[in-house]
Design a protein around this ligand. Structure first.
Ligand SMILES: Cc1cc2nc3c(=O)[nH]c(=O)nc-3n(C[C@H](O)[C@H](O)[C@H](O)COP(=O)(O)OP(=O)(O)OC[C@H]3O[C@@H](n4cnc5c(N)ncnc54)[C@H](O)[C@@H]3O)c2cc1C
Length: 443
């Protein structure tokens, strides 16, 4: 059957939601010669966000927490490109790819929107340009390089006056991403500083600014207080009931009127749905597309949405499901069943799920977790964190690589290689090599 006459199913986004929708169609619809299923993603890999802070802290190799989408899907087609425009009325999507941003029009009969979320800077002055974020693989690599940069720069004698600025890190937001990041950054800096002869641990200042009364509010006050106590014991300065109000070139202003001299602010204090969502003629709640219980978009039959860009009401609580990976991947399985039902006929499946547990790693083999309503803290929670997330990481190869990284981490100190220093050979080198190759070929 020609591609024109095949029914087209288009999945936008290859994160937890989009990938698990595609996996649900891989052995079913994607085997059907009358249907073509295509997944579009900006990167050619899918990122396992729960382990992102470990890349920033040099505990894990950067490629070990991502999986090439082509190795996960064989029947579902993969399109490596960036979605620029979605036209629900005429059922087509504009995607660009390659360095020249070559444009393509992809037509669809059925559409799945799984474009996730972006960092929300709440319009704070200069925040977007000056703060670092913790959302993507490149964010984590960038942060790791920045930490190494700061240590290298501060170690110079001539930077002695600048050291308080260079060696202070402020993390804004004490949710999961912020708390895990501050713990990882603190461990990385304190373990690495011994390799810098002019620096000592007491020169380091790591601050976590959190707008609420206790960090990790999703885990409840008891575990939040435990995490605060543990982090404070490791010299993380925790400022609760405090917001970052301005990021300047060399300092950050906090809502309590204080100013912290620093060159590094990591912003984890807010997310908002992918900006493409606001361009769609759909009903939105807090910027997310409202769905029915089948995750279909009302008024747009054949369009489903899920994950961080969807507002799906939990019928048990009457409130939207939280934006987490464990929800997104289960929603993906439900969407896959409903796409099959729409094409082949059959019963539609409604989405219902209760959070199984929440876990956070807070550094130095310590964690906090609430699993099926039971609280865990310390080593047990950390062990659960590692075991559960290792089991969730897609593909055996990556599981083995991460397990090896963790084993190596027990035996050796953290790697300090500055990745951005790896430059291509200079033009003169290239010319010399080309000349040498030419001479060799003549003989
Ligand atoms: C640092 C961090 C730690 C986290 N830790 C946890 C955790 O421990 N447990 C947990 O349950 N959840 C965690 N989360 C939340 C979890 O990652 C999200 O809820 C989940 O990823 C949402 O899935 P999604 O499919 O909606 O979006 P995503 O997984 O973000 O996927 C969206 C995909 O769409 C792609 N995309 C976006 N725009 C375009 C475009 N224009 N064109 C093409 N492709 C595009 C993106 O590249 C991405 O691949 C964490 C999040 C972060 C940032």
């Amino acid at each position: 059957m020609s591609p024109r006459t095949r029914k087209q199913v288009l999945i936008l986004g290859g994160g937890f939601g989009g990938l698990y929708t595609a996996l649900g169609l891989e052995q079913t619809l994607a085997r059907d010669s009358s249907v073509q299923v295509t997944l579009v993603n900006r990167e050619n890999f899918t990122l396992f966000t729960p382990m992102l802070h470990e890349v920033a802290a040099s505990d894990l190799d950067m490629t070990h927490i991502v999986n090439p989408i082509r190795k996960l899907l064989s029947r579902v087609q993969f399109f490596h490109g960036e979605v620029e425009h979605i036209d629900l009325a005429s059922k087509h999507v504009t995607v660009v790819n390659g360095p020249e941003r070559h444009g393509h029009e992809l037509k669809y009969d059925y559409l799945v929107l799984a474009l996730g979320s972006t960092t929300n800077f709440f319009g704070l002055p200069d925040l977007e340009h000056r703060a670092m974020t913790m959302k993507s693989l490149s964010d984590a690599i960038h942060l790791r390089n920045q930490l190494i940069d700061l240590l290298e720069e501060a170690d110079f004698e001539c930077a002695a006056g600048e050291r308080p600025n260079l060696l202070t890190i402020v993390v804004a937001g004490g949710g999961f991403a912020g708390t895990e990041t501050v713990a990882a950054v603190n461990d990385f800096l304190r373990e690495s500083i011994r390799f810098y002869p002019h620096l000592t641990a007491d020169m380091l200042r790591v601050v976590l600014a959190h707008p609420g009364a206790v960090i990790l509010p999703e885990l409840g006050p008891k575990l939040g207080a435990y995490a605060q106590k543990k982090l404070a014991a490791r010299n993380v300065e925790i400022r609760v009931n405090t917001k970052v109000v301005r990021v300047n070139e060399d300092a950050v202003d906090l809502s309590d009127g204080s100013r912290i001299p620093t060159k590094t602010v990591i912003w984890t204090a807010g997310t908002s749905p992918n900006p493409l969502i606001a361009t769609l003629p759909c009903k939105l709640a807090r910027g997310r597309i409202v769905t029915d219980e089948y995750l279909e978009v009302p008024d747009w039959p054949g369009v489903w949405t899920l994950g961080d860009c969807a507002s799906i009401t939990d019928s048990k609580t009457g409130r939207p499901y939280p934006p987490t990976a464990q929800h997104a991947l289960r929603q993906g399985k439900t969407v896959a069943k409903n796409v099959i039902a729409a094409i082949r006929g059959g019963t539609k499946h409604s989405f219902s799920f209760s959070t199984l547990g929440l876990l956070a790693a807070i550094g130095r083999r310590t964690g906090v977790a609430n699993i099926l309503g039971i609280n865990f803290s310390g080593f047990v929670a950390w062990f659960l964190w590692r075991t559960i997330y290792l089991s969730k990481l897609p593909r055996l190869e990556k599981k083995v690589r991460v397990a090896l990284d963790w084993t190596i981490d027990l035996l050796f100190s953290k790697d300090l290689v500055h990745l951005l220093d790896l430059r291509p050979p200079t033009v003169s080198h290239i010319e010399e090599e080309a000349d040498a190759a030419f001479v060799a070929s003549e003989h």
